[in-house]
Design a protein around this ligand. Structure first.
Ligand code: DWN
Length: 402
């Protein structure tokens, strides 16, 4: 549905920043290249009142997060380690005990909550996608098959900690998400959320992270007024290297915790996010990235015969591929280790998703890393392509062949 009012502050001054055309949902993988997929507008807009970057077209949440949702957070070793480090840190920082109650919103396959098993009185993963929810349950993680928000009419115990990593942007009803968090968070409790920082999206031209699952793209300057409206205070913030550069925020009921200087430091760094010129320059760079890759492809066609494959059937990869209009004639196949993805086809391009072993059978001359945020882990895994002179390619924030 087309949106004309800001989903955070309800103002009507939504300014288009980048129009990525009509695209299929990034995780709507096809069982067969003959299948048909839906296409929807994909436009990033900026609210001139509160600076929230967001989409101005909402694909229904239950169409995106279906029972077959194919993204399993445990597929990356680095992410699994990141979750372990977070769990140990927060347990110590908040002085959690075996009497504590810990909720995770959108806990996917239970990768993070598993680190609290046996260390808390009560755990709950609120996960609406049956595929990953079932995986979490099968690994002993108590999971409620519901999306967080105004539909949650009661919960078992008031949470001492609510965790929301890479999920707040996945709720079209941002107001309802924050309202529900404020409603249930224990008086002395903490809410932590991790999300890709909008400042990095803009400055590092990460336009491929714009897709229908991400209804919002967060900065502190946009979140603080929204949290304040619901009696919550963001009392600390950390920068993280994950997903292209993220923020981790810590929030409590207003007045429950002292606000650290880090919050003002980050707000100061976000000053340019209030200027439209920042977004015009971002749009120019996005088109430059597209032209640069198209030139690279044209150069390949002059080398005969050359095989270009990709690795990582990432949601962000589909935004990139479909904005450039790439097809299997350009990228022969994409390798991935997610069992739910192998054997399927990318939406739009219909590029086949194959296993790592199948990918190596192509003996690719070039491997385009679509989840550039895992470049180190992936190049280490696929180092064998060097044996036949194969090279890796990343396209964002600029073309690199290495
Ligand atoms: O916000 C979201 C982020 C957190 O994760 C979700 N909406 C969906 C998802 O976005 P993504 O698909 O762009 O995330 P990743 O983690 O960049 O995708 C990595 C892809 O690469 C996955 O399909 C798994 C795959 N992979 C793999 O097969 N082997 C990744 C690594 C590191 C590997 O070793």
């Amino acid at each position: 549905m087309k949106r004309i009012y800001c989903r955070a502050c309800n103002a009507c001054g939504l300014q288009e920043v980048l129009n990525l055309g009509r695209q299929p949902p990034s995780n709507a993988l096809l069982a067969s290249p003959k299948d048909k997929e839906n296409y929807y507008p994909l436009r990033l807009v900026h609210c001139r009142a509160c600076s929230l970057l967001q989409l101005d077209y909402d694909v229904p949440h239950d169409e995106l997060f279906t029972g077959a949702y194919p993204y399993y957070s445990g597929q990356s070793k680095q992410w699994v380690e990141h979750c372990r480090q977070y769990a140990d840190m927060i347990y110590q920082r908040l002085g959690l005990t075996k009497e504590s109650t810990i909720y995770e919103i959108g806990g996917n396959d239970g990768t993070l909550l598993a680190n609290f098993a046996g260390r808390a009185f009560f755990l709950a993963n609120y996960e609406p996608s049956d595929s990953v929810a079932d995986h979490a349950r099968s690994h002993g993680i108590p999971t409620v098959s519901k999306a967080w928000g105004r539909g949650i009419e009661q919960i078992a115990y008031p949470p001492d900690l609510i965790i929301a990593n890479n999920v707040m942007a996945h709720d079209p009803d941002l107001q309802g998400f924050v309202e529900t968090t404020a409603k249930y968070l224990n008086r002395g409790g903490t809410f932590t959320a991790e999300f890709p920082w909008a400042k990095n999206l803009i400055e590092q031209t990460q336009f491929d992270t714009i897709y229908h699952e991400h209804y919002s793209y967060f900065s502190l300057r946009a979140l603080i007024p929204l949290f304040t409206e619901h009696g919550l205070s963001i009392y600390d913030v950390e920068k993280l290297p994950t997903h292209g550069g993220s923020l981790r925020i810590y929030a409590s009921h207003t007045g429950a915790r002292e606000v650290t200087k880090h919050v003002n430091d980050v707000l100061h760094e976000e000053a340019d996010l209030g200027k439209m010129e920042t977004y015009w320059k971002f749009r120019e760079r996005a088109y430059s990235v597209r032209t640069e890759f198209e030139t690279f492809l044209a150069h390949l066609s002059n080398e005969y015969p050359v095989t270009l494959c990709a690795y990582g059937a990432a949601a962000k990869g589909n935004t990139f591929i479909n904005w450039l209009g790439l097809r299997a004639s350009d990228i022969a196949a994409v390798g991935d280790t997610t069992p739910a993805k192998i054997g399927k086809f990318l939406p739009g391009s219909r590029i086949p998703i194959v296993s790592e072993a199948q990918l190596m059978q192509y003996r690719p001359d070039y491997v385009l890393i679509l989840p550039w945020n895992w470049t180190q882990e992936i190049t280490e895994k696929l180092h064998c392509i060097r044996a036949w002179g194969g090279q890796f390619v990343t396209a964002i924030p600029e073309l690199k062949v290495f």
